[in-house]
Design a protein around this ligand. Structure first.
Ligand code: ZN
Length: 234
């Protein structure tokens, strides 16, 4: 019943063009290329330093996370723009390196994003399946301003992403598909509602076969777009 009500409400919201005037920043995680420059340390708030960026994971057959993230981000952006949103991506191509994680957060803050979603896939244990959403923990002076709306964004994303993709909630990450973490620079530095989506476990054979399908990648994009849409329509 809850699912039906949700679907009806979402359909009504879509017909009304719910995202007019809203801004969404999508961050396709990592970089298509590699340079030593991505290893330099950047300050992610509260005295913590992290690498500017990392290379990300891949399937065992070599399909890289950075390309998956970029493809899904573009599909999600296309759908969100159709619904009236202004969408900004933190990188424009899947070649080269950059920007650093600090800059990606700054883009979302500068654009005054109503929602910021960093799009990733995990390199977890081979026996573990599924997706999880990461929200910020409460850190005084860093995430206290965005803690509550980010938690709501995370919850809404978890249910919409699962409904659209049919992927299970992570069997290995804990948290019933919604994990709070204190250490991600993109969440520590965000001044707007922000989450990460770890769409699947690329090191698991079943998940890897799904994400290598172009049709399924479109579905991943729609899952993210629907999560953002329902968050901004609620
Ligand atoms: Zn990643």
């Amino acid at each position: 019943m809850g699912g039906l009500i949700t679907a009806v409400a979402l359909a009504a919201a879509l017909a009304a063009g719910p995202l007019d005037g809203r801004t969404v920043v999508l961050d396709p995680g990592h970089n298509g290329g590699y340079s030593d420059r991505i290893n330099r340390e950047v300050h992610v708030g509260g005295g913590m330093y992290k690498a500017c960026n990392t290379t990300g994971t891949s399937t065992n057959s070599g399909y890289p996370e950075s390309r998956l993230n970029f493809t899904v981000a573009r599909e999600a952006a296309r759908i969100l723009r159709e619904r009236g949103a202004r969408v900004v991506l933190t990188r424009r191509s899947n070649t080269g390196v950059g920007p650093c994680i600090t800059r990606r957060a700054a883009i979302a803050n500068r654009e005054g994003a109503d929602a910021a979603v960093s799009i990733h896939a995990d390199g977890g244990p081979a026996g573990g399946r599924g997706f999880h959403v990461i929200r910020p923990t409460l850190i005084e002076g860093l995430t206290d301003d965005i803690y509550a709306p980010s938690r709501r964004l995370g919850r809404v994303m978890r249910s919409e992403f699962q409904a659209v993709t049919g992927l299970p909630r992570s069997t290995y990450a804990g948290g019933d598909g919604l994990v709070a973490r204190p250490d991600l620079g993109g969440l520590r530095l965000a001044d707007v509602p922000a989450i990460f989506v770890e769409m699947a476990n690329m090191r698991n054979a079943t998940d890897a076969a799904r994400v290598k399908s172009p049709r399924f990648r479109k579905r991943l994009g729609r899952g993210i777009a629907d999560g953002v849409t329902r968050f901004l329509s609620g």
